[in-house]
Design a protein. Sequence first.
Length: 250
Amino acid sequence: MRGLKGKRVLISGGSRGIGKATAQRFVEDEAIVFFCGLDPEGVSDTIVELSPHGKIDGMACDVSLEDDVNRLVVAAEAFLGGLDVLINNAGIAWQENFLEITSAHWDRIMAVNLRGQFLVAQAVARRMVAVGNGGVIINMSSTNGLVGEEQYAHYNASKGGIMLLTKTMALELGKFGIRVNALCPGYIITPLNREIYSPQVVEAYIDQKIPLKKAGRPEDVAAAYAFLASEDAAFIHGTGLVIDGGQIAL
């Protein structure tokens, strides 16, 4: 992609799955990457694995905690020398019937997926505005933020909230030269989804719900992140890019 070389990129949720694939994509495109993950060991392992590809570092962080987020942004700026791109990727999910969702489970999903994305985006945007060189923020929503899915009321609500957060950020931050968009992936083969679904369920889901008859890969989403962060997407602002193999067209 044009314009990624030398870009200073912060990735939340970058130690596995889509986030890890995105970190690898950006360092291979010659960007400089700082990322966070919830598990310290996972962060260390990712640094070791991806360091041969380019300049990368990271730290453990719970994005639902404001103090953690503040430390993350300070550490990222120190390593990167500034912030050009935020990949606001951290998130969690699990299946649960609406009638059985506890307030604690609801709060945890919202704390990570919605509060966490808000905290990271706000902290980074404040720095971008203060510096005055613009920037790019890409939030992680989902096809579940556009259409409903059974057994995911809390997750759907969080991802729908991210879509409206993204649009409002775009309205307020555009005048500072900060582009804001969201990604809306469908079914992607990730460690998280492997924990939720059996292979048999996945096979049936692909056959019945995805017109391309295949699941997405983390690399597919990483490529979309790279596109939206690049100069090729210079006039794309305030929208959600769907990456779902045609699922919500069905």
